[in-house]
Design a protein around this ligand. Structure first.
Ligand code: AVI
Length: 319
């Protein structure tokens, strides 16, 4: 007797949403909607940010480089000998590289959420510094700061340049500084901080004539489309950057240019014309406010250097 074989049928199991998808979904359903700035940094976003740092309007990178150039020896003296330099948000690793001659680390640990971008940077770096031990970590250090074993805390220097600390809320900045301190007790922290200044200087830095910052902000929607399977149309949105002086921060938003409905698997959100998605804050500090923040997070022996115009500050502190 001929019995036909039973056909095999394999249905794909529905996947539970990832933590990133849940975070995006929840933020998009808030009023006003918000998207965490970490989603600015896919490979294209990281490349756009590198281009932004070369814009005439975007002063922080140049001011920071000026401080290291003018006061590098003094800063290195304050820090003392460095075994391991842990670079938070390393990107292209260029800022840390500039300090290698004065700090002479034996071990470099760059950390960045944009793993592919970091990997390419580290390959280039290793060619120039064949004797430097490099351990690159492609992770989101805002979630957890797990470092490889074998680096004694007192030999760790955390390097947190570029005013990236300003992209955290005041509470999160305090928590991050405390978390770093517990990772380097007996060691130190070197951190770059952008300063309060007139909005005539601040706003163009975040809304430049070439519209690179607009592209950086809008690219976040493409990244969200990828992660969440959403259907944002970049043409429906425009970049907005403004200085909120009461909160001492630059805010970046994406504003709907017309009424739009955005959908993703299992959800949808309608935006009316002019409605905004808040995508980034960039806090600006007075030197006193930041020194107080360091002290309240448990640091001691706080020292501070500025560029000639007093637009940017570097702080060194012991943990
Ligand atoms: C990475 N971070 C310190 C930049 C800033 O200035 O807040 C991000 C940025 N956003 C727009 N332009 C640059």
């Amino acid at each position: 007797l001929f019995a036909p074989a039973a056909p095999e049928f394999i249905a794909q199991q529905p996947q539970p949403p990832s933590a990133e998808q849940i975070e995006l979904r929840d933020g998009l359903m808030e009023h006003p909607a918000r998207i965490d700035p970490k989603f600015l940094y896919d490979a294209l976003g990281s490349a756009l940010f590198t281009a932004i740092t070369q814009l005439p309007e975007y002063y922080p990178t140049r001011c920071e480089a000026e401080i290291f150039q003018r006061h590098g020896a003094d800063i290195a003296r304050h820090i003392g000998p460095v075994m391991s330099m842990i670079d938070l948000g390393a990107g292209d690793c260029v800022k840390a590289e500039r300090l290698f001659p004065s700090l002479r680390p034996r071990h470099y640990v760059p950390i960045d959420i944009s793993a592919d971008y970091l990997q390419a940077a580290v390959r280039r770096l290793q060619l120039s510094y064949p004797d430097l031990q490099i351990t690159a970590l492609g992770l989101d250090f805002s979630l957890a700061l797990n470092l490889p074993d074998g680096i004694p805390a007192q030999q760790r220097l955390f390097f947190y340049p570029g005013s990236s600390i300003g992209n955290l809320s005041p509470d999160d900045a305090h928590a991050m500084l405390r978390r770093i301190r517990t990772q380097c007790e007996g060691g130190g922290l070197l951190v770059g901080v952008d300063r309060v200044k007139p909005k005539q200087v601040l706003e163009p830095a975040y809304d430049d004539a070439l519209h690179l910052t607009a592209a950086f902000n809008l690219n976040l929607l493409r990244h969200v489309n990828q992660v969440l399977n959403a259907d944002f149309d970049v043409d429906d949105w425009r970049h907005v950057a403004l200085f909120n002086s009461a909160s001492s921060r630059i805010e970046m938003h994406l504003e709907a240019q017309r009424a739009v409905r955005v959908a993703w698997p299992g959800g949808t959100r309608a935006f009316s014309a002019g409605e905004r998605i808040h995508t980034e804050n960039s806090y600006k500090f007075t030197p006193q406010a930041f020194a107080d923040l360091l002290q309240s997070a448990g640091y001691r022996d706080v020292a501070h250097w500025s560029d000639a115009r007093g637009w940017f500050s570097i702080f060194s502190a012991r943990a």
